[in-house]
Design a binder for this molecule. Structure first.
Ligand code: HEC
Ligand code: HEC
Length: 396
């Protein structure tokens, strides 16, 4: 404990020990000297007795004064090192207190400003959104999925989230919230929201369960369309297990289909999918051939304006078109590394491109936060799952 103490605490500790030792030495000496004085024979003049005689002055009264000085001195000499001992903890608690206050304020702001779209506690929701063409003409009225924010700090750094909150995502329902992007919130209020987001991040088990639930939902569709008699029976779970076990093997002919299921993972309103940023219309219902056709039939202006022209997986929306991505990443390994970490503002990736920070990382992150310390964020995808997605992307 002493070894782990800060300089301040060590100094405090040494002071306390010196005071204690000094006090014990003082007591020993004063007892010995005090004993010698017993029996002193001083005659006291009567005229001095009216108030207090010398005997009383020099014994009881003097002792009382000295006693009180001793008490005060002891108090001061104990309180001073105590102050040195407690101050670092007090400072730390004060800082933690501020983080708590930020979290509470951020939580209140979140329920007011964000939960309408992102769901209470950030579990994901939908936003009604009017799509307009570049001339501002009405194109379609859609329900745009607002991703769950319960793994957002696994994908992005706090700085990147701060940036998203400042500027929003142009072209999507996510508005700009910070003053720099023309929104109403100060830097501190945005920071409070980020601190609140820390408190709703899922642990590793819950994150993995979220990915698995989306993966299994997609697999269930595959196995029941291959064998409709499985639908609604208990055997379907076994069939799902069996399909996943063989499809996740890189040698399997179902390997690209497995990668595609991860690419389009619908869990948590698509929060952990790739398609919501890399496939046109995916966030507002264009999730396969049939649903895209339906959307286009309902809103013909989508195709006319060129905003959504068909089911074009991986051809880009918030993120770039991934067809031909193998020309940009020389090897699958380098592409998998990029998907693991995401992009970083100003840092190059692939053959020759500069990152914007907009591409999330899927392999987990570590935050070294002031006051709070080191926090390991949950990994969204395993290295094997990222390899499968990369194989799918390179087949596009
Ligand atoms: C009008 C609906 C709406 C409101 C209100 C809203 N958001 Fe969003 N937000 C969205 C949508 C939709 C997206 C996804 C956009 C896309 O498709 O890329 C999004 C994306 C985000 C992202 C990026 C997540 C990711 O993984 O890509 C963050 C972070 C975020 N919102 C935080 C907030 C916070 C915090 C608030 C409250 C201050 C808020 N949002 C308010 C609709 C909304
Ligand atoms: C929140 C939106 C978003 C999500 C979700 C997303 N990406 Fe991206 N992606 C981007 C952006 C933006 C870029 C461009 C990089 C930049 O500007 O920093 C990008 C770039 C890429 C690139 C490089 C393309 C090139 O030609 O340089 C690859 C590969 C990629 N993403 C794969 C994925 C995979 C795989 C997933 C899912 C596991 C995914 N992305 C999820 C936004 C996203």
């Amino acid at each position: 404990m002493i070894l782990a103490a800060s300089t301040q605490q060590t100094v405090g500790m040494v002071l306390a020990v010196i005071v204690m030792v000094g006090f014990v030495v003082y007591l020993l000496f004063s007892f010995r000297i005090g004993k010698r004085e017993i029996g002193s024979e001083i005659d006291l003049p009567a005229n001095r007795r009216t108030h207090a005689d010398d005997d009383e002055l020099e014994t009881r009264l003097l002792d009382r004064s000295l006693g009180w000085s001793l008490v005060t001195l002891t108090a001061i000499s104990l309180i001073l090192p105590m102050y040195w001992l407690m101050e670092p903890a007090r400072q730390e608690n004060a800082a933690i207190d501020w983080v708590d206050r930020f979290e509470t304020k951020g939580g209140r702001a979140f329920e007011e400003a964000c939960s309408g779209c992102h769901g209470p506690g950030g579990v994901g929701g939908v936003a009604a959104f009017t799509i307009v063409d570049p001339d501002g003409q009405f194109v379609a009225q859609v329900e745009w999925k607002a991703p769950a924010l319960t793994t957002v700090l696994s994908r992005f750094t706090e700085e990147e989230v701060h940036h998203i909150l400042d500027y929003g995502r142009p072209g999507t329902p996510m508005p700009a919230w910070g003053l720099p992007g023309g929104g109403p919130l100060t830097t501190q209020q945005v920071e409070q929201l980020v601190v609140f987001l820390r408190s709703i991040q899922l642990d590793q088990a819950a994150t993995t369960a979220q990915i698995d639930s989306g993966l299994r939902a997609g697999t269930r569709r595959i196995v029941t369309s291959a064998d409709p008699s499985l639908a609604g029976t208990d055997a379907v779970d076994d069939a799902v297990d069996a399909w996943l076990a063989q499809a996740s093997d890189p040698a399997s002919s179902d390997y690209p289909a497995y990668g595609e299921l991860l690419f389009t993972n619908p869990a948590a309103q698509g929060a952990n999918s790739c398609a919501r940023c890399h496939t046109p219309g995916f966030s507002y219902g264009a999730t396969d051939v049939a649903s895209t056709a339906e959307l286009l039939a309902t809103w013909p202006r989508l195709a006319e304006s060129g905003i959504l022209t068909g089911w074009l997986p991986g051809t880009g929306h918030v993120g770039p078109d991934l067809s031909g991505v193998d020309g940009h990443f020389a090897t699958s390994r380098r592409q998998a590394e990029f998907v693991t970490t995401g992009s970083e503002l100003g840092v190059g990736f692939g053959n020759a491109r500069s990152g914007s920070g907009g591409m999330p990382g899927f392999g987990g992150r570590v935050d070294d936060l002031d006051v709070v310390g080191v926090v390991e964020r949950s990994r969204i995808l395993t290295p094997e799952q990222i390899d499968a997605i990369v194989a799918y992307e390179r087949s596009l």
